[in-house]
Design a protein. Structure first.
Lengths: 439, 930
């Protein structure tokens, strides 16, 4: 690390040339956004009937995607916050885009609670505001808890990310060559001058926010699980759902950060800043999580075995019935794919790691599918047992939000310091870009 | 502003009748025409008016509904109904408590009559060679025909009617035939012939009508007779059957009836039987013979059969309380045996009554459709007038009736729709629906019920009576034609119109004795190969309800299939032929082949297939055209019900059949409970604790009890709920996706040998799981214990449905109410029509509760027990549903809930449902108790 040229961090952020790769990636991502727009337009024009949902499967891709994205957001936030709190030396290169990934993932997630409504234009009725008829939300409903959780998540993640950005925004302001850049970055930098007092307050604020984020994401992820756990649906009514959702969410978030880190490293040429060591540590974390996940699956089976005949039949049907390919896919993706990370060679190979990361994410998505849809497969009354098959409109939402996420990430790496310049400098000990001090 | 009278518009511009399916341009054209013709009501004779009491009638609140007593018919038999009219639009049909075929209840077909009345596809213009004509032109043509045939004494004139019991029509036709002795009246019943009458002729020497009194029956044996299934007698028989099984409140019933059902096609009767046996139709005839041998009526081989021995012993013990019924499609010889057995057991006069014919008709061989077809082929028919019949579709395929129609010089069809027959006739005239007609019809026991119009007939629609009178050269208004044949003064006429029933017109029972020369025929030889049974469909009957979307989407009681018919067969037979549900098979019978999907029904007789009639129509309207396959094509005039030696093979194709229930069994769960006749002590159960405080009710707290021991799965409640609550129709594709909207469904489970029915509607849980999960408070508990759905507040998270263990909530995935083609006039104005994106469910008919509450408040008294009757409860023929105030310990529902059979479905979830069930009682023969 010591060999790192002093000015590199700033140069990457400020003077990086974005070639055709960025343009091609952005075009593809915009294609995804277009798919999302079409999927939403069809949804608004014709109604949620364009999906394959029915009674009893009233939720499908809408909630699966929501749970999946919120898990990614939570885990990415948790990682970033943990890094700040731990003061890990290698956090500086990772945590800015981990925070960004968290923010964009929560934006993607936040779309679904609105899109999934039968009358999405009335989503604001979930807000506790003093309406004329004095009708308030039902505070006993997990969807209201969810609303608070998402809102808090967006606010805190955005603040966390923004507070971390302030010194770098000041640096951008100082280096801006256009008037517009000076004004925009100047406003965003909140008058940062780089005084010792500023630095002190900044560190305090940053750490306090990080300390807030850690319990928040655990609460948040547990709240998502309550959407299922408080119901009377036999396969959902489980006290262990909260930790299960935290663990599996963490898995997908780590995998997503890993994939993003590798892509950013390739795209931006950050081989020196995001080093193999960083990647190695995330991969090991991922592996550790997958082991916990394996234990969770085992526990799931154990509890089903203990919980009586119906639960045991239901669990057996999960792994042998129509949902078996999905269940096995979920297990192989989450637990199975991560096992490759025991090997150092895999942890050092970018393509292998990207493959593992994608597989883990796909596995967690399938896991959500098995919970959200498969959970209703054997409900209380056999007369209502039904079938569900997705439509392209639903698939479009998944593809579309992935496109949106990628587009936002690409915009982010282009227009915002993707790597914390000031921290990198502090860490590498050079004068480099000192915000507030004109070179 | 006066609305332009459409009669005059029709007269001037008959082609406007085709502009029903309007685009924007057509709307503008019609609007312009309306403006231009707005002055027309000033000319021409004043149309007949029907009282709608729009405004200005003292003592009448504008907007309050009016109720008319009238009659609807099925297969010619009348059912008395009370029709509710809102602002001149009929909106709901209820049973007429004074009418013997209704006693206040109806079947599903009658409930759906509202939709048929409002069917936008109903014919609205007379047509010559398919071209709309002014009504006057049709009248002139009719007068011309009357002159022509009168000159020839009626030579060449044939009149073909459907089955009818109308005294006025029968009288008019008799007059006509009296004036024109060479004319002939033919009758065509698609679901005929009724072999019961022929059986009576064989044994008693007289083709008598047979009716049963199930209330007094203690042992019932049905031989492929679906007495509890759909048909003109269903309401009365279901009521009688339930009465014979109902426990008194004081304690267990000791003389509960016992039902043995021998069936080829599973039906409601077999589902409710205490002992059921599936046999192919040919074997049922032999079975009947062996039973008759055991009872000493016939001679021959008795064979050894423990079931027959038990049945025979039971019947003997029952004596006058015994009842043996044979299905309409069994051979006349089997009916003769059943009649003779009933007579021998002394049941005639108690459970069996023989009367003169209820249906009016030309009762001789020469009156049949076959003779008409032969005459048409011989060129002996010059004028054919078809009144309310659709032979081009319903005639047996081997008659080639549709082709023969083209050979007759003058053909006239009077029908509700411009249907298959209309398309092949030169003239078509629109017929008035029963709800816009003056007329009369006899009930199954002969009681005459009057028909009076609830709405004025439009578009030149006329009744068969009017056409018959015009043919006789004496055109008259429909009302006069009925009135002049009514025996009684004006006061009696008014009273009969008010009551809907003409008193003391039931046909008297006749004493019968087997003719001395009668000897039972030997049992028929078993048929070879695959046997075929033609059967009316429980949803569209003979096809006359094919264009009724409510009935098309009504799950068939046993298969739960909608929007299709299928070749029904036993799972084992299907497996042997390598067929599975939805596989398209080719069925060859003689020289004809039919292709259709197969559907397996547990309990179907082996090596037998059932072909439901009434589908495969090619000109039914927008709803019913090209739905399913047409089994009439395979029928033969000489053997219309049964056939043997059919060949069934797979074609390799598949047809997606839509069903509302995909899982057949209870999967070992405690869902439908059955109890022995003498109940065990119920386990005393305290509800488990809840973290939420209990509600307190100062006034009534509504609740319901559904007696599974009474339910026969007839579906009347499902359609009644649909009509009352504006439940939309979603179509086959949406049902196939699991999106049917019925607020009330009847779950059907096949368990071992049993078929169990369970009506499922919102339980209105005291601790409702749906309420706590709705984020916007759109489903809440009200002060009378109802779980109410606030449509305006619903944003459509569907979370409530997830958390409803009974899955009774329905979601508007699309704008079904707008797009389902059900006209707005058919809607109940007191019930909100739901928009896209909101959840809906059973409300316990909250609009009826509100009406009762307002009435009680105006009269300053509490709501009386029984004052609030839900739509499902009102229509239920067997009294399975009781609704009322559970806060009142003396209310009927509270008393019923005290039965030891009462249980809460999924009570272990502590939802504390307000709808509870009473376990079904099985009454197996002695020595077979479980």
């Amino acid at each position: 690390m010591a060999a790192l040229p002093h000015h590199e961090a700033g140069a990457i952020v400020l003077e990086q040339r974005f070639g055709w790769r960025w343009a091609a990636g952005f075009a593809a991502a915009l294609g995804g956004v277009l798919v999302l727009a079409v999927a939403c337009a069809g949804l608004f024009v014709w109604g949620v009937g364009v999906w394959g949902t029915n009674v009893p499967y009233v939720w499908a891709f809408d909630i699966i995607n929501y749970v999946w994205w919120i898990g990614i957001a939570n885990a990415a936030s948790l990682l970033a916050a943990a890094l700040v709190l731990r003061g890990a030396r290698w956090r500086t290169s990772i945590n800015r885009f981990a925070e960004a990934a968290a923010l964009f993932a929560v934006l993607c997630a936040g779309l679904f609670p609105i899109l999934h409504l039968g009358r999405p234009w009335l989503f604001h009725w979930v807000f506790p505001y003093p309406a004329t008829f004095e009708v308030w939300p039902q505070f006993r409903s997990p969807l209201v808890w969810d609303f608070f959780a998402i809102l808090t998540h967006i606010v805190v993640t955005a603040l966390f990310w923004y507070v971390g950005l302030i010194p770098d925004l000041a640096a951008l302001r100082d280096r801006a060559r256009t008037r517009r850049g000076q004004v925009v970055f100047g406003a965003l930098a909140l008058g940062w001058r780089g005084s010792a007092r500023h630095w002190l307050n900044h560190q305090k604020a940053y750490r306090i926010l990080a300390a807030l984020v850690v319990p928040l994401v655990v609460f948040m992820q547990s709240t998502v699980s309550f959407e299922f756990a408080v119901t009377v649906v036999p396969d959902w009514h489980r006290a262990r759902f909260a930790p299960y959702f935290v663990v599996s969410g963490l898995l997908s978030g780590l995998a997503m950060v890993l994939v993003v880190a590798l892509l950013v490293r390739t795209l931006l040429g950050l081989h020196e800043l995001v080093t193999r060591r960083h990647i190695d540590i995330i991969a090991k974390l991922l592996l550790a999580n997958a082991v916990v996940m394996a234990w969770s699956y085992g526990f799931e089976g154990f509890v089903a075995w203990q919980a009586g005949e119906h639960a045991w039949h239901s669990a057996l049907e999960k792994v042998t019935g129509p949902f078996a390919p999905l269940t096995w896919g979920a297990m192989l993706g989450t637990v199975g794919a991560a096992q490759a990370l025991w090997f150092a060679r895999v942890r050092r190979s970018a393509p292998a790691l990207i493959a593992v990361g994608v597989l883990v994410n796909a596995g967690v998505w399938l896991d959500r599918l098995v919970i959200v849809v498969g959970g209703l497969y054997r409900d209380h009354l056999p007369s209502s047992w039904g079938t569900y098959g997705p439509t392209w409109w639903e698939a479009g939402l998944l593809a579309g939000t992935i496109g949106l996420f990628c587009a936002l990430m690409l915009l982010f790496v282009r227009f915002v310091p993707a790597i914390s310049m000031f921290e990198t400098h502090a860490e590498h000990g050079g004068p480099g870009v000192r915000p507030g001090v004109r070179p | 502003m006066t609305e332009p009278d459409d009669r005059r518009i029709d007269a001037e511009f008959p082609a406007l009748a085709d502009l029903l399916r309007t685009d924007r341009r057509a709307v503008l054209k019609v609007m312009a025409a309306s403006m231009a013709l707005a002055g027309l009501p000033g000319c021409g004779p004043a149309p007949e008016t029907v009282a709608a009491r729009g405004r200005g009638v003292p003592g009448h609140t504008p907007g309050a509904p009016l109720v008319f007593a009238t009659s609807l018919t099925l297969d010619g038999y009348g059912t008395g109904v009370l029709v509710r009219s809102d602002e001149g639009h009929p909106t709901k049909i209820e049973g007429n408590p004074l009418h013997p075929a209704s006693l206040g209840a109806t079947d599903a077909f009658t409930q759906a009559g509202i939709l048929t009345f409002h069917d936008p596809d109903r014919s609205r213009a007379a047509r010559l060679d398919g071209q709309p004509q002014p009504a006057q032109r049709f009248e002139r043509a009719l007068a011309q025909v009357a002159d022509e045939v009168t000159a020839r004494g009626g030579e060449g004139l044939r009149i073909l009617t459907g089955p009818t019991s109308s005294p006025s029509l029968a009288g008019l036709l008799a007059d006509l035939l009296g004036r024109l002795p060479n004319a002939r009246w033919h009758q065509h019943a698609p679901l005929g012939p009724d072999n019961r009458r022929e059986g009576a002729r064989l044994v008693f020497g007289d083709a008598l009508e047979t009716r049963h009194d199930l209330v007094r029956a203690s042992v019932i044996v049905t031989l492929d007779a679906d007495i509890l299934g759909p048909g003109p007698h269903q309401v009365a028989y279901a009521r009688g059957f339930a009465a014979g099984r109902r426990e008194p409140e004081a304690g267990p019933k000791t003389n509960m009836n016992r039902l043995y059902a021998i069936e080829s096609t599973p039906g409601a009767t077999g589902a409710r039987a205490d002992r059921r046996l599936a046999l192919p139709p040919s074997a049922i005839a032999a079975f009947a013979h062996r039973l008759a041998v055991r009872l000493g009526v016939a001679e021959g081989e008795a064979g050894s059969d423990p079931l027959l021995d038990t049945m025979a012993a039971d019947l003997r013990v029952a004596g006058p309380g015994a009842l043996v019924v044979a299905g309409r499609h069994l051979p006349a010889e089997t009916h003769a045996l059943a009649h003779a057995v009933n007579h021998a057991l002394g049941a005639v006069g108690t459970t069996v009554h023989h009367t003169g014919p209820v249906l009016a008709g030309p009762w001789d061989e020469s009156a049949s459709l076959e003779v008409l077809a032969a005459d048409m082929a011989a060129g002996a028919v010059s004028h054919l007038v078809i009144l309310d019949s659709n032979p081009a579709y319903t005639a047996p395929g081997d008659l080639g009736f549709a082709d023969l129609l083209a050979t007759v010089p003058f053909t006239l069809h009077l029908g509700l729709w411009a249907d298959e027959t209309a398309a092949l006739c030169r003239w078509h005239a629109p017929m008035a629906h029963a709800l816009e007609s003056w007329g009369d019809a006899r009930a199954w026991d002969g009681t005459v019920g009057l028909m009076q119009p609830v709405a004025a007939p439009r578009h030149g629609r006329r009744t068969p009576q009017e056409v018959a009178a015009a043919l006789a050269g004496r055109p008259a208004a429909a009302r006069e034609l009925v009135r002049e044949r009514f025996q009684g003064d004006d006061a009696a006429w008014r009273q009969a119109l008010h009551d809907g029933v003409v008193p003391d017109t039931a046909l008297p029972s006749r004493a019968v004795a087997p003719a001395p020369g009668w000897r039972p025929a030997p049992p028929p030889a078993g048929a070879g190969g695959l046997e075929v049974v033609f059967a009316p469909d429980p949803s569209v009957w003979d096809g006359c309800f094919a264009n009724n979307a409510w009935l098309q989407e009504l799950p068939k009681p046993l298969s739960k299939m909608v929007w299709d018919n299928a070749i029904l067969l036993a799972p084992a037979t299907a497996a042997a032929l390598d067929l599975e549900n939805g596989a398209v098979a080719a069925l060859t019978l003689g020289s004809r082949t039919l292709r259709g999907p197969v559907w397996t029904l547990p309990g179907h007789a082996a090596d037998t297939v059932t072909l439901p009639l009434g589908y495969g129509r090619w000109s039914a309207g927008r709803v019913g055209t090209a739905v399913g396959f047409d089994a009439y094509r395979l029928r033969r005039a000489d053997a219309p019900w049964l056939a043997a030696g059919a060949e069934l093979r797979a074609t390799g194709e598949r047809h997606a059949l839509a069903t509302t229930q995909r899982h057949a069994t209870m999967a070992g769960r405690d869902i439908v409970r059955t109890a022995p006749p003498v109940p065990r002590e119920p386990p005393a159960q305290e509800p488990p604790p809840s973290i939420y405080p209990d509600y307190a009710y100062a006034g009534p707290a509504w609740g319901m009890a559904v007696d599974l021991n009474a339910c026969v799965g007839c579906n009347a409640c499902v359609t009644a709920c649909q009509a009352e609550n504006n439940v939309p129709v979603v179509g086959r594709a949406e049902v196939a996706r699991g999106r049917e909207m019925h607020w009330l469904r009847i779950d059907r489970y096949f368990e071992d040998q049993q078929t169990l029915f369970q009506p499922m509607l919102c339980m209105h849980c005291e601790k409702a799981p749906c309420e706590v999960v709705c984020p916007v408070n759109a489903t809440v508990h009200d002060a009378e214990g109802l779980n109410v759905m606030v449509y305006n507040r619903c944003v459509g998270t569907r979370y409530c449905s997830n958390n409803c263990p009974y899955k009774v909530r329905r979601f508007n995935w699309f704008d079904y109410a707008q797009d389902d083609g059900v006209p707005a006039e058919a809607a109940n104005p007191e019930v909100t029509v739901r928009v896209r994106g909101v959840m809906e469910k059973c409300t316990y008919c909250i609009q009826r509760i509100a009406t009762a509450r307002i009435r009680a408040k105006l009269e300053n008294r509490p709501i009386a027990d029984g004052e609030v009757v839900t739509a499902c409860q009102q229509v239920c023929p067997s009294g399975a549903i009781v609704f009322g105030d559970v806060n009142d310990p003396d209310s009927a529902v509270s008393r019923r809930k005290r039965s030891p059979r009462n249980y809460a479905l999924l009570g272990e979830l502590n939802t504390r449902p307000r709808t509870t069930y009473l376990a079904r009682i099985d009454n197996p023969p002695a020595g077979e108790e479980a």
